[in-house]
Design a protein around this ligand. Structure first.
Ligand code: NI
Length: 171
């Protein structure tokens, strides 16, 4: 396991088109382990991390809500890995304050579906379909956004967005 450098907003890899993962080989497994390590023990611990955030334009992310989070998704303890993820259904809506380790110094209230069904592959290449609400639903949507070159503030009104973007810490 190794701590990877987390790239910041403005880095081109964050808006690059991600590659579909064709084969889960040792390189991908190492990347996943390192992303989990970085999410847990990096300079700024996070509840989720997408591959572009560590400089790899690949369709995968890791997620791990804090242990005390509420919601039915509490059954998914430990880090969740999703490869080639796709949100197939979203329902309801909630507003939650979000931040991002690639955009230090800013947060915003973001409205998103409260519950999502997401499918993809786990680290062993098994097809999985998860139906989640609460923190995990929120994190999954935030991370899938990263795989499409989007940030949490792309969901808020343009005037607030400009103001927020100007406040991202660059150092
Ligand atoms: Ni983020």
């Amino acid at each position: 396991m190794a701590i990877l450098e987390v790239v910041k907003h403005g880095h081109p890899v964050l808006v690059e088109e991600v590659k579909h993962v064709e084969e889960i080989d040792d390189e991908i497994r190492t990347l996943i382990d390192d992303m989990i390590d970085t999410m847990r023990n990096g300079e700024t611990p996070a509840v989720g991390l997408a591959a572009p955030q560590v400089g790899r334009a690949m369709a995968l992310f890791v997620a791990e809500p804090p242990p005390d989070h509420e919601g039915e998704d509490a059954v998914y303890q430990g880090a969740v890995v999703l490869i080639n993820p796709e949100i197939v259904l979203g329902s309801g809506h909630t507003v939650v304050e979000e931040g991002c380790v690639s955009c230090p110094g800013i947060t915003a209230d973001v409205e998103r579906p409260a519950r999502v069904v997401i499918k993809g592959l786990d680290r062993d290449g098994n097809e999985v379909k998860l139906d989640v609400d609460g923190a995990l639903a929120r994190i999954f949507q935030h991370e899938v956004d990263h795989l499409m070159g989007k940030f949490f503030f792309d969901h808020i009104n343009p005037i607030k967005r400009q103001l927020l973007k100007s406040r991202i810490r660059r150092t």
